[in-house]
Design a binder for this molecule. Structure first.
Ligand SMILES: [Zn+2]
Length: 261
């Protein structure tokens, strides 16, 4: 009898989560419409003015590297356009609905939420919407990517056995914060940094590097998406070790809390 009750709880719990995932699509479609539409309209204005500049440049003598610069601007524009349209139709919610069918997910625990809120701020992002995915088909993905955790939209994907590492969770939730502030473009930007810079995409020089960067006036948003998340992760770790090096991180953590990505 106890066994049947347990199975029933597991089945209804799973169904309730799938219904929650399905409901997230229309809810976020409406709730995030102003911010998603705003991003798209700003990009269109940028695109129209950019087109004007391109046409004006066509009639000028071409400086060295002219073609490369324009190719970069067009790639940037198309990447943003694709992501903004994808967000506008609720693509993130639809893909997560399908992914969660194959990967077991659970909400953040109170301890995990508290850890992230300590660094990012209690109202920085929609913590209740975050799900942690572990196991299932993820095992094959982690075999291919050498066990590297990653965050897609509102889902943190963790290799088995790494959930107790709260600093890693802070890193991944910083990516979710980037998603809420910037939209899906953060995924392409983080992957681009990983592919072009390798491990350097994460390195920022520790506390000494941040002190130096502060002297030079380098703002938080100039760091790569991976460095931004790594700064949050390392700050959490140092804070918990009562390490004085954490002080050097504070101006950057303040910018992070304000969502200055
Ligand atoms: Zn990362």
């Amino acid at each position: 009898m106890v066994k049947i009750g347990l199975v029933l709880m597991l089945v209804t719990g799973w169904l309730a989560e799938r219904l929650r995932d399905a409901a997230a699509w229309p809810i976020n479609l409406v709730r995030d419409l102003p911010v998603r539409l705003g991003r798209l309209l700003r990009l269109l204005v940028y695109g129209v003015t950019g087109l004007g500049r391109l046409l004006a440049d066509l009639f000028q003598p071409k400086p060295a590297g002219w073609g490369r610069t324009w190719r970069g601007r067009v790639t940037f524009g198309l990447h943003h356009l694709g992501c903004y349209l994808f967000d506008l139709i609720g693509g993130p919610e639809l893909v997560q609905f399908v992914m969660h069918l194959a990967i077991p997910t659970t909400p953040l625990t109170v301890t995990e939420m508290h850890a992230a809120a300590t660094i990012l701020g209690p109202t920085a992002l929609r913590y209740g919407e975050i799900r942690v995915a572990e196991g299932g088909v993820l095992r094959f993905i982690f075999r291919a990517n050498k066990g590297r955790a990653f965050a897609l939209w509102h889902t943190v994907h963790l290799p088995e056995g790494s959930r107790s590492d709260l600093s890693l969770l802070v890193h991944e939730i910083t990516h979710i914060y980037q998603y809420e502030q910037l939209g899906s473009i953060y995924i392409g930007e983080a992957l681009h940094a990983q592919w072009t810079l390798g491990h350097e995409a994460y390195r920022y020089g520790g506390s000494q590097g941040l002190k130096q960067a502060q002297r030079e006036g380098k703002p938080y948003h100039k760091y790569t998406r991976e460095q931004q998340a790594q700064i949050a992760q390392d700050y959490y770790r140092l804070l918990n070790q009562n390490d004085q090096q954490a002080i050097a991180y504070e101006p950057y953590i303040q910018a992070l809390r304000k969502g200055e990505f």
